[in-house]
Design a protein around this ligand. Structure first.
Ligand code: NAP
Length: 250
């Protein structure tokens, strides 16, 4: 196989891509990198974008359905299609030790699961009309493993992992693939506190086969694989990019 065929397989050139959670962290990095390799990227996030970007940014609270609907309509009106949806938006609201917060649980489910489902549903209608597409939802190793004091996050990510499989099933006849990217510990704002705490940081590194925290860059290859034709026969899977965390025994 020559390199032109390989390049074609992994190409996202001129694809219309919607990335949720693009104001910072994983979403911002992915949106920026996909733009750099020729994709036509729209990023959405709740806050105003406070850094330079080459992609188009729309300020939108994903959990506000009318706002989300309007943002998706705005992109479709301009482009006529959305080829790829990447949902990186997410929140993690840790509770105080031994204190269960019902509002944290509801707020987390509302963003990480209900709003992501809304986004997938709105975009799937557009993809159906245009002959297909690809969706990638960012879950977590917490979709499979237990961690302390954050039941809403774990339930939302396990739910999202299942939601993607359900969508993969129902949307396959419409030529829409849906997969999960499940990161381990990646250094972003979300994890900055434990990254900078030597005890917590080491506790986490000790659970990894590859003995270092992940970076946003470590996710990029897997993202490109899962949204491009390179994964044309792959749907309904969880791809764990976690330095070996979920496979480590002793
Ligand atoms: P982050 O730096 O905290 O970024 C989260 C992004 O989600 C921000 O752009 C945020 O926008 C957006 N967001 C949150 N609520 C939103 C809403 N209601 N409407 C629109 N946008 C919203 O976190 P990250 O580390 O990049 O995480 C990205 C995804 O990866 C999340 O789903 C997270 O659960 C998952 N993940 C992260 C790790 C990790 O180690 N970092 C590990 C596993 C999974 P605003 O700032 O504008 O609100």
């Amino acid at each position: 196989m020559n390199s032109a065929i390989i390049n074609e397989l992994f190409s996202v050139k001129n694809k219309v891509v919607l990335v949720s959670g693009a104001s910072r962290g994983i979403g911002y990095y992915i949106a920026s990198q996909l733009t750099a390799i020729g994709a036509n990227v729209y990023g959405i996030g709740r806050s105003a974008l406070d850094k330079q970007s080459d992609f188009e940014y729309i300020q939108c609270d994903l959990a506000n359905y009318p706002q989300l609907h309007e943002s998706v309509d705005q992109i479709t009106a301009k482009e006529g299609r959305i080829d790829i949806l990447i949902n990186a938006a997410g929140i993690s609201l840790r509770s105080e030790k031994n204190v269960y917060s019902r509002s944290n649980f509801i707020d987390t489910l509302n963003v990480n699961l209900v709003a992501i489902n809304d986004c997938c549903r709105l975009v799937s209608d557009i993809m159906k009309d245009n002959g297909g597409g690809v969706m990638l939802n960012v879950t977590s190793i917490g979709s499979k493993l237990s961690f302390p004091e954050n039941p809403g996050y774990l339930a939302s990510k396990a739910g999202l992992a299942a939601l993607s499989k359900s969508l993969a099933y129902d949307l396959a006849p419409h030529r829409i693939r849906v997969n999960n990217l499940a990161p381990g510990y990646i250094h972003t704002d979300m994890t900055d506190k434990s990254f900078n705490n030597p005890v917590l940081s080491k506790e986490r590194t000790d659970r990894m086969m590859i003995q270092r925290w992940g970076t946003v860059h470590d996710l990029l290859g897997s993202v490109i694989y899962l949204i491009s034709d390179a994964s044309s026969y792959v749907t309904g899977i969880d791809l764990f990019v976690d330095g070996g965390w979920t496979s480590k025994g002793l």
